[in-house]
Design a protein around this ligand. Structure first.
Ligand code: SF4
Length: 339
């Protein structure tokens, strides 16, 4: 297994299969227009599969399919089957906004999907509409029910918490998750590409989330576990478990083993990275898979990224990428690199 210059292994790959999304969340896609990746640049399933082979040969054993909204990618179960057949993979997960999930979950599970995370930031229809510019909350609920049916052992619900928007719903979301057998993870609002309206005043910190929940539920116990997962997990007195991803106030770059491959084959070693490695150009330019593997390992060996920690050290923070830069380079967008 190869490690970067901070001793972090290359292990988790977030595989974006499309930059398109059927929502327009305020913290990710607040603009009216977007520059999309050219269709001809999108990796074909065979190309993605080849790159997954190269990554697994270099140490990756966990893949998460992301987007944009990954269920918008046509024939996704076909890709899922191709990826799930890789013997080196220990985990194959998917993050979705849930709108198309009820229709596709059976095919995805049959194709080898093992774990699922559904994003949901509010239980209020009016807020959902304001936050996402979509009326599809009922379909998200349908997707959650489908997830419960197909993954009875549990699944995750991810919630970005924004002050004055949904920070009064923390307990309601815990109850919602509990009723579905799902573990809710609260994510601090991040200043990363796409979050052009981000302001430090909008962040609800891990400390604030815990204070709110302990006022409702009493003592909250941290769960001590060895993990490179971004969420720290906690337990309520009745045994209900939830997580907090404190990327903004207490980043976890020190154990970050994640990298991201965009739908057009750019590989980024950090959510905040401004430079990527163009694996599509290598693949389509006839570079051998062995040499692409050497590129990946060489690049990871030199990795020093600690984007969220660097941002925290800045003190005076505002949105990471100004909107005019995002318009010039869609690779800087969070919806392009899979959040
Ligand atoms: S900011 Fe970069 S290094 Fe830090 S946890 Fe996120 S992806 Fe990993």
């Amino acid at each position: 297994m190869i490690s970067d210059l901070l001793g972090r292994p290359l292990r988790n790959l977030r595989l974006s299969v499309t930059d398109r999304c059927n929502l327009r969340c305020e913290y990710c896609m607040p603009e009216d227009d977007y520059k999309w990746l050219p269709r001809e640049d999108l990796l074909h399933f065979e190309e993605i599969s080849s790159l997954v082979d190269v990554f697994t040969a270099s140490g990756v054993d966990r893949v998460r399919i992301t987007g944009g909204e990954p269920l918008l990618r046509r024939d996704l179960p076909t890709l899922m089957a191709m990826v799930s057949s890789k013997p080196a993979l220990k985990d194959l997960a998917l993050t979705t906004n849930g709108i198309l999930l009820a229709d596709q979950i059976d095919a995805l599970a049959a194709a080898g999907l093992r774990r699922i995370t559904v994003s949901l930031d509010t239980l209020h229809a009016d807020r959902f509409k304001a936050l996402t510019r979509s009326d599809e909350l009922a379909r998200v609920h349908d997707g959650m029910q489908a997830a419960r049916r197909v993954f009875p052992a549990g699944f995750k619900i991810d919630t970005v918490v924004i002050k004055g928007v949904n920070d009064d719903e923390l307990a309601d979301l815990i109850e919602y998750g509990r009723a579905l057998g799902a573990e809710v993870r609260f994510i601090e609002y991040m200043d990363v590409g796409g979050a052009t309206k981000w302001s430090p005043a909008d962040v609800v910190s891990r400390a604030d989330i815990l204070a709110t929940l302990s006022a409702r539920y009493g003592a909250i116990a941290p769960i001590v576990e060895e993990s490179s997962a971004p969420a720290d997990r906690y337990q309520l007195r009745d045994g209900t478990v939830f997580g907090i991803i404190s990327s903004t106030t207490q980043p976890f770059c020190g154990s970050c083993d994640r990298s991201r491959l965009t739908a057009d084959g750019m590989w980024y070693q950090c959510l905040y990275a401004t430079q990527g490695v163009d694996l599509r150009a290598a693949l389509r330019g006839g570079v051998s898979v062995d040499d692409i593997g050497a590129m990946i390992r060489g690049s990871w060996s030199a990795r020093t990224d600690r984007g969220a920690e660097d941002r925290l050290a800045l003190g005076d923070r505002r949105a990471f990428v100004p909107v005019n830069s995002l318009k010039k380079d869609p690779h800087l967008e969070m919806h392009t690199r899979g959040g």
